[in-house]
Design a binder for this molecule. Structure first.
Ligand code: ADP
Ligand code: MG
Length: 729
C-alpha cells in the first residue's frame, strides 16, 4: 500500500488532540519570560538598576553585576524546573540556533554544583564553523561569538517535559563582523532612533527617544502530517514541485474567514497558549484566502522584540503542529495555482512621549510632524526601492514577487486618495513664502478624515507592496518564511538616512533665515516632488502598471540573483557604512550568502523534481502504459475492429508523449545543473540556476507531470494530490 493510501485511510481515525481548556490569557501571559517585574523580584537593587539602564539607555553591564544578574536568572529558571541554558541566536541560515549547556558543573575540589555566571550569560563561543559567513571567517580567521542582547528578555522554552533557559544573543565574528540577522538590526534601530529624535525635536523638545514598532501578520498553511510525509517535495523543499490543480481550488472563496476546521483549531489554541507563555501577544487568528491557509497576528511591539517573537513563534508553531499530527508550511508558495503566503510588516515610529509619528495629528503643529515623517518615509522608499527589494529577495519569495501574485516586484507606495490629494496640494500650493494657503493645509483635520477614507481603499491597496494604512505603513512584500529582521534593518536604515538628510536641509534653510515651519514645509514639498514616481494608487497586478512603472523608471526585478545586486552598489555601500550598519566587507559577505542560499534552494528543488519524476511519476505512468498496451493487443487478438479501441490508442499516445517529455527534460535539466555547478562566480552561478535550470525546466517538467496525473490510474499515483493535501484533515 502506498504512503498516500495509508495516509488517507488514517485520516478518518485521527481525532483532534484535546487541548486543555482555555486559560485566561492574562493568567499565563509571559509566565516563561524573565520580565522586568520578575527581575525586580530576583535581582538585587544594583543588578536591577544596571539591567534596566542597559535596556533603556543601552548602557554597558559590568562583569560583577553580570554575575549577579546571571545568578538571579538562574534562580528564577530553576524555580521553574530548568536544568539547561542556551544562547539563542538567529544565524543567516534563516532558522534559529541553540547550543544547550547544563548549569551543572564540578568545581576544582570535586564538588558538584549548579552554576551560571556572568561570563556564560554575556558571551559564548558556539562551534560556528558550519553557519554561513560568506567567507568572513576565512578572511579574518576568526571564530564566531554569541553576545547577550539585554534588550530582549530571557525566556524558557518548553519542549515536551524539557525546559531550557534561552538567552537572546547576537552572533558576531571575533573581529566584530555580524554573522546574524540581529546585530545589524540593533545597529539600524540605533541609527533611526537618533535620526528620528533629532527631527522630532523640531516639534517637541521633550522627545528623548523614538522606537520603531512592528506588528507582523504571519500567513501559513496547515496540512495533515501523514499526507505531507507522503510528499518528498514537501518534506525536503517545503513546497510541492508537482501537482495538478484540483477541480475545486479557491475559486469559491469559501475558506476566507470561514469557520476554522476542528483539528486546526485545536492546534491554534495549543500554539497560542505556548506563545502567550513566551510573552508573544497574539491577537488575531483567521482563515486566509486559499484552502488550508491561515493567518495569525500579534499586537505590535518594539521592532527588536517583535522580530524575536516572530522567529520564536515560527519555531513554536512547527513544534506544536507535530503534537497534532499536522505540518505547518511557512513557505511562500507551497501550492501552485492558489495564493501564496506573506508576512506583512506593519511599521511605525513611537516616541517616549506616547506619540505615534505616523498617526495624523489634530493640530497644525502635529499635522506638520505627521507630514514630515510620512513624506520622509515615501522619500526613503523612493530613493532606496532597490535596496528594499533586495532585502526581501529569496528563492521562495520569487514565486510571489516575480509571478503574477500579490504584491508585484515593483516597489511602490500606496497612500490613499485623500493623502495623495494632500500631497499634491502641498506640491502645487506652497509658494516662495509661507502664506495663508499653506497654513490652510496644515489646518486640515487629517486626524479625523483619514480613517474613514482608508476604509474605502482597503480592497484596492491589497495589491500594493508598501501601503499606508491610517497610522502605520504596511510592508507587504516580505516573505512568510523570512526573518523580518532583514526587511526591518533596511527599512529603518533608509529612514534614518533620509531623516538625517532632511534635518541637514531644514537646518540649512533655517540658517539662511527661514522660519522653522517654513523651512520644514519647503523641504517636504521638495521631497514630494522628488519621490512622486513611487506613489501608485491603482491595481498593482495590472499590465498597465508594469508599463507605467517602466516609464517612470521604477525597477521591476523579478528574480533574486539580480534583485540582490542592489545590496552591493556604491549607493548601498555608502548608505550602510555611513549609518554604521554594515562595512563593505560585511555587505559583500551577505550578498554572497544570499546568492549561495538561492543556489542551494534551487539545486535541492531540481534534485527533488528529478527524483520524483523518475521514481514516482514515470513508474506509475509506465505501468499504465503497459496495461493499455496489453488491452489494445488483446482487443486486436480477438478481432475487435480498430475504431473500437481508438480511445485506448489515443490515451496511450498522449501518455507516451508525456513520459517521453518528462524523461528527456529531466535528463537535460541534470545537464544544465552540471554546467551551472562548474561556474565559479557565485552571481553567475545563481543566474544560471535561475535562468538555465529553474527557468527552462521547472515549469516545463511540471506541465508534463501534471498532465500525467490526469491520465494515470489514480490507484497507482503515489503522491497525495492537491485535493487531498488541501481539503482532507
Ligand atoms: P488590519 O490591518 O487588519 O486593519 P490592524 O490595523 O489592527 O489590523 O493591525 C494589523 C497589524 O498592525 C497588527 O499586528 C497591529 O498590532 C499592527 N499595528 C497597529 N498599529 C501599529 C503601529 N503603530 N506600529 C506597528 N504596528 C502596528
Ligand atoms: Mg493587514
Amino acid at each position: 500500500m502506498s504512503l498516500r493510501v495509508q495516509a488517507i485511510s488514517k485520516l478518518t481515525s485521527d481525532k483532534p488532540v484535546t487541548v486543555a481548556g482555555s486559560a485566561k490569557i492574562t493568567g499565563i501571559f509571559g509566565e516563561n519570560v524573565f520580565t522586568l517585574k520578575i527581575a525586580r523580584e530576583f535581582l538585587s537593587d544594583e543588578a536591577y538598576k544596571s539591567l534596566t539602564g542597559s535596556i533603556r539607555g543601552g548602557k554597558k553591564i559590568d562583569r560583577t553585576v553580570a554575575n549577579q544578574i546571571a545568578n538571579g536568572i538562574r534562580a528564577w529558571a530553576e524555580s521553574k524546573g530548568v536544568t539547561h541554558y542556551t544562547h539563542w541566536f538567529q544565524p543567516l541560515t534563516g532558522t534559529t540556533a541553540e547550543k544547550h549547556d547544563s548549569f551543572f558543573t564540578i568545581k576544582g575540589d570535586g564538588t558538584a554544583i549548579e552554576e551560571f555566571d556572568g561570563a556564560a550569560l554575556i558571551q559564548q563561543e558556539p562551534d560556528a564553523s558550519s553557519f554561513p559567513s560568506g567567507g568572513l571567517r576565512a578572511t579574518f580567521e576568526a571564530r564566531g561569538y554569541t553576545a547577550w542582547d539585554p534588550s530582549s528578555p530571557a525566556f524558557i522554552m518548553e519542549i515536551g517535559n524539557g525546559k531550557t533557559l534561552c538567552i537572546p544573543t547576537i552572533f558576531v565574528s571575533y573581529t566584530g563582523e555580524s554573522l546574524d540577522y540581529k546585530a545589524p538590526l540593533l545597529k539600524a534601530l540605533e541609527a533611526i532612533g537618533k535620526a528620528a529624535v533629532d527631527v522630532c525635536n523640531y516639534f517637541d523638545k521633550n522627545v528623548a527617544k523614538v522606537t520603531p514598532t512592528l506588528g507582523w501578520e504571519q500567513e501559513y498553511f496547515v496540512i495533515d502530517e501523514s499526507l505531507a510525509n507522503a510528499r518528498p517535495d514537501l518534506v525536503q523543499c517545503g513546497r510541492t514541485v508537482f501537482g495538478a490543480s484540483p477541480a475545486k481550488g479557491q475559486q469559491l472563496e469559501d475558506h476566507y474567514f470561514g469557520s476554522i476546521p476542528e483539528r486546526t483549531y485545536a492546534f491554534m489554541r495549543d500554539f497560542e497558549a505556548e506563545a502567550y507563555k513566551l510573552g508573544i501577544p497574539l491577537r488575531t487568528r483567521h482563515n486566509e484566502v486559499a484552502p488550508a491557509q491561515f493567518e495569525c497576528a500579534p499586537i505590535f511591539e518594539e521592532v527588536n522584540i517583535a522580530v524575536d517573537h516572530n522567529t520564536l513563534l515560527m519555531d513554536v508553531m512547527s513544534r506544536v503542529a507535530k503534537r497534532h499530527r499536522l505540518v505547518v508550511l511557512l513557505h511562500e508558495k507551497p501550492f501552485a495555482g492558489i495564493n501564496g503566503s506573506g508576512k506583512h510588516n506593519n511599521w511605525s515610529l513611537a516616541t517616549d512621549t506616547g506619540v505615534n509619528l505616523l498617526a495624523p495629528g489634530k493640530t497644525p503643529k502635529t499635522n506638520l510632524m505627521f507630514l514630515t515623517f510620512f513624506v520622509n518615509t515615501i522619500k526613503a522608499v523612493h530613493d532606496y526601492a532597490d535596496v528594499l527589494r533586495a532585502a526581501i529577495a529569496s528563492a521562495p519569495n520569487d514565486h510571489r514577487l516575480g509571478a503574477n501574485e500579490a504584491p508585484p516586484a515593483i516597489i511602490s507606495v500606496f497612500v490613499g486618495q485623500y493623502l495623495a490629494k494632500v500631497l499634491s496640494d502641498i506640491e502645487t500650493r506652497v509658494g516662495d513664502k509661507f502664506d495663508e494657503q499653506d497654513e490652510a493645509i496644515l489646518k486640515l483635520d487629517l486626524h479625523r478624515s483619514i480613517p474613514e477614507l482608508m476604509l474605502d481603499n482597503t480592497d484596492r491597496n491589497r495589491t500594493s507592496p508598501f501601503a499606508f494604512t491610517g497610522n502605520k505603513f504596511e510592508f507587504r512584500a516580505v516573505g512568510s518564511s523570512a526573518n523580518c529582521a532583514n526587511a526591518m534593518t533596511v527599512l529603518n536604515t533608509i529612514m534614518a538616512e533620509t531623516l538625517k538628510n532632511f534635518k541637514t536641509e531644514v537646518d540649512g534653510l533655517i540658517d539662511k533665515g527661514d522660519k522653522k515651519e517654513v523651512a520644514i514645509i519647503h523641504v517636504i514639498q521638495k521631497y514630494i516632488v522628488d519621490s512622486k514616481a513611487v506613489l501608485f494608487e491603482g491595481d498593482g497586478y495590472s499590465d498597465d502598471w508594469h508599463k507605467e512603472a517602466e516609464k517612470r523608471g521604477l525597477p521591476n526585478l523579478k528574480t533574486t540573483p539580480v534583485a540582490l545586486d542592489a545590496m552591493v552598489t556604491d549607493k548601498a555601500k555608502r548608505l550602510f557604512e555611513s549609518n554604521n550598519i554594515y562595512t563593505h566587507v560585511e555587505l559583500e559577505a551577505r550578498h554572497e550568502i544570499e546568492l549561495e542560499k538561492y543556489i542551494k534552494k534551487v539545486q535541492i528543488e531540481a534534485r527533488v523534481m528529478g527524483d520524483l519524476a523518475l521514481n514516482h511519476i514515470l513508474p506509475a505512468a509506465i505501468k499504465y502504459q503497459n496495461q493499455l498496451i496489453c488491452n489494445i493487443k488483446g482487443l486486436k487478438d480477438i478481432g475487435i475492429d480498430e475504431p473500437l479501441y481508438r480511445s485506448q490508442v489515443s490515451i496511450l499516445r498522449e501518455l507516451s508523449e508525456h513520459i517521453q517529455s518528462v524523461h528527456e527534460q529531466v535528463h537535460e535539466m541534470v545537464e544544465a545543473r552540471k554546467k551551472a555547478n562548474n561556474i565559479s562566480d557565485t552571481r553567475n552561478k545563481a543566474i544560471a540556476y535561475c535562468d538555465e535550470v529553474k527557468g527552462k525546466y521547472f515549469d516545463e517538467i511540471r506541465y508534463h507531470v501534471d498532465k500525467l496525473e490526469h491520465l494515470v490510474n489514480d490507484d497507482d499515483w503515489t503522491l497525495p494530490k492537491y485535493r487531498e493535501l488541501l481539503f482532507l484533515r
